[in-house]
Design a protein. Structure first.
Length: 345
């Protein structure tokens, strides 16, 4: 019953904006939204990074607009996390995912604000961006978007609405998207497209590793990590929505996990947490503590001091078929620019 009430409320909200498109604020540059239907753990952030790289390679100047979910200190207005050259704001003010994007996307400004229209206006004036990447934007209906991309996995099809499950909206809401990005196999792409009724769908493939050290390297581990897993076990630490995927990726790369420690999503690590993690590593005989890039964004450098050494498992997403997707996206952005020219005439 609760799920039904929640589903009706979200459907009514989306329908209201559909009847009143003038209530959505419009930025001068095209807006490409990347969103999902579930709460956490959809693999959306690596997709945002992949699209930023694709757009940059095509000669665009993208800017990432994010809400900065999970911030500990959310000041009023817009926080410039990165100006494309330097990371300017601490993760407490920007959030873990924007911080992760700021470090992995040199040359791409990253801005955080509750009202992402304001972040977009600042990105246009200060950084002369040519296109906006609206991170987690499918439900951010107050901002008009020109391309709506929705990350949907096959597992999402079997989930339930909040609060009984992880779905933010009913599956029918996917029809509002211009295209789907489906992690998994070609069969998954066909299944998700068929169930949601969205004709345009592309496959997302994800690759991991090699591990990258984030602490000092007195034992010379960095060189060994490039060649593959060490003989001794590692300790895995994850404070993300679906930690089993992280641990599974480590094992798939050949690493032996002596101990798994799981924290809630967006957890801010304390000195007591770090002490517990290090003690568990020693008890497991682990040479290395491995965590996610998202978790690393919430780790204070003052807290993680080797030994044992700390490393992250990098993750990279690719949208396939790459040429077909790039052509489709370029066409959508060109159409968005034509609409703006016609509206201004």
């Amino acid at each position: 019953m609760l799920g039904g009430v929640y589903g009706r409320a979200t459907a009514l909200r989306r329908a209201w904006y559909g009847r009143h498109p003038d209530r959505a604020r419009v930025l001068d540059r095209p807006v490409l939204s990347i969103g999902n239907l579930v709460v956490g753990g959809s693999g959306k952030t690596p997709v945002v990074a992949a699209l930023a790289r694709l757009l940059t390679a095509a000669g665009e100047r993208p800017a990432v607009l994010s809400r900065g979910y999970g911030r500990r200190d959310a000041p009023d207005g817009v926080v410039v996390v990165s100006d494309g050259e330097r990371v300017l704001a601490p993760p407490e003010q920007s959030g873990d995912e924007p911080t992760m994007l700021a470090y992995t996307l040199p040359g791409v400004p990253v801005l955080v604000a509750r009202e992402r229209y304001l972040a977009g206006r600042l990105a246009e004036r200060r950084f002369a961006c040519t296109v906006h990447l609206l991170d987690d934007g499918f439900q951010h209906l107050p901002l008009a978007r020109d391309v709506d991309l929705l990350v949907v996995s096959a597992a999402d099809l079997e989930d339930r609405l909040l609060p009984l499950g992880r779905l933010r909206e009913p599956l029918e809401a996917a029809r509002a998207a211009d295209g789907l990005l489906v992690p998994g196999s070609e069969a998954d792409v066909e299944s998700v497209a068929g169930r949601t009724g969205v004709e345009t769908a592309f496959r997302v493939t994800v690759s991991y590793g090699p591990l990258r050290l984030i602490t000092d390297d007195p034992q010379g581990l960095a060189a060994h990590l490039q060649s593959g897993p060490l003989s001794r076990p590692v300790l895995g630490v994850a404070g993300i929505a679906r930690p089993e995927r992280f641990f599974g990726a480590l094992r798939a790369l050949g690493w032996t996990i002596g101990c798994e420690l799981v924290f809630r999503d967006h957890h801010w690590f304390t000195p007591r947490d770090i002490s517990r993690i290090e003690q568990a590593a020693f008890s497991a005989g682990a040479t290395l503590i491995v965590t996610t890039e998202k978790d690393a964004a919430r780790l204070s450098p003052a807290l993680v001091v080797a030994p044992p050494a700390w490393a992250v498992l990098p993750i990279e997403a690719v949208v396939e078929p790459a040429d077909q997707f790039a052509s489709w996206l370029a066409g959508r952005l060109a159409a968005a620019r034509r609409r703006r020219i016609e509206a201004a005439a």
